[in-house]
Ligand binder design. Structure first.
Ligand code: SF4
Ligand code: SF4
Length: 277
């Protein structure tokens, strides 16, 4: 999610790479789950959905029934973890959700049908649907990338990023230093980082394409639905996520008119001609 604050305002001012040491150790967060309770808006990328599909055996459409929802995030329709009422914990006088001013609950689903307002209980204590009664993440091994990062974040410039340490997020003082790479614990980190750059570029270019269009325009809706179908609602039952993602990205870039289309496919089309609805 794009943020309006400067890196200096939200971080310790340093830019980190995967091999840098950062003071981020929170003693395994033991006894604390503050950031899973009305914490940051957890926007899911295609890899997050692939992992949820794979480990939970549930399709994107099934997840949309209970644990994820669609929101408008910086002008695009994207899936986020859907907060649910906190039934097992005391109400936490909580931190304000990060980025709460730049997202809005979507009034339609990916098929363009209206969604009910169920789940929007802003006066209630809310938690992530995957927070277990024991206060631990029930999907820890395949939790979304944003959760892996936290309280780290990414700062983007010219299509590339550095890690930053967000200083106003974690409620516990970090006591130990560790390598960013170790904190993330992601196997094949450089391939993952390449994926992050590629996905960021898809979002950036799509936003560029839609610049100046009305929030409720038919063009914006068609392009957003195309992105959802191309990267989330597709069959993610594949062995190699990264190569499949790259193939889908190349196809999307051709379709949106940003790249030469693959041989045998149609040239970049005005989005009105997608015929997607
Ligand atoms: S997925 Fe896990 S780590 Fe992420 S917010 Fe939910 S409970 Fe917390
Ligand atoms: S607020 Fe800090 S210590 Fe608490 S769960 Fe989040 S990262 Fe861990």
């Amino acid at each position: 999610m794009l943020r309006e604050e400067t890196v200096e305002e939200i971080s310790d001012g340093r830019l980190y790479t995967a091999n840098d040491m950062v003071r981020v150790g929170t003693n395994d967060c033991s006894g604390c789950s503050d950031c899973c309770r009305m914490g940051p808006v957890i926007v899911l990328d295609p890899l997050d959905v692939f992992e949820l599909n794979r480990f939970l055996g549930r399709s994107f459409e099934e997840l949309l029934n209970d644990t994820i929802e669609l929101k408008v995030i910086d002008g695009l329709i994207l899936p986020v973890l859907k907060l649910v009422k906190d039934s097992s914990h005391e109400k936490t006088p909580s931190k304000v959700p990060q980025g709460s001013g730049s997202s809005e609950t979507l009034s339609c689903n990916a098929q363009g049908n209206p969604l009910s307002a169920a789940g929007d209980t802003s006066d209630e204590a809310m938690v992530c649907p995957y927070l277990g009664d024991d206060g631990r993440c029930s999907i820890h091994d395949f939790r979304p990338g944003i959760c892996r990062l936290y309280p780290l974040g990414r700062s983007w410039e010219n299509g590339d990023f550095h890690y930053i340490l967000q200083v106003n997020e974690c409620t516990r003082p970090a006591v130990t230093k560790m390598k960013v790479r170790k904190w993330l614990g992601i196997p094949g980190l450089s391939a993952y980082e390449d994926f992050c750059r590629s996905w960021h570029s898809v979002l950036e270019k799509t936003r560029l394409l839609l610049e100046g269009t009305e929030p409720d325009s038919a063009l914006r809706r068609r392009v957003c639905i195309y992105i959802l179908r191309q990267f989330y609602m597709c069959d993610w039952n594949v062995d190699d996520f990264y190569s499949t993602f790259e193939a889908r990205r190349g196809e999307a870039m051709g379709k949106l008119g940003f790249a030469q289309p693959a041989r045998g496919t149609s040239a970049g089309l005005p989005a009105e001609d997608f015929g997607l609805l």
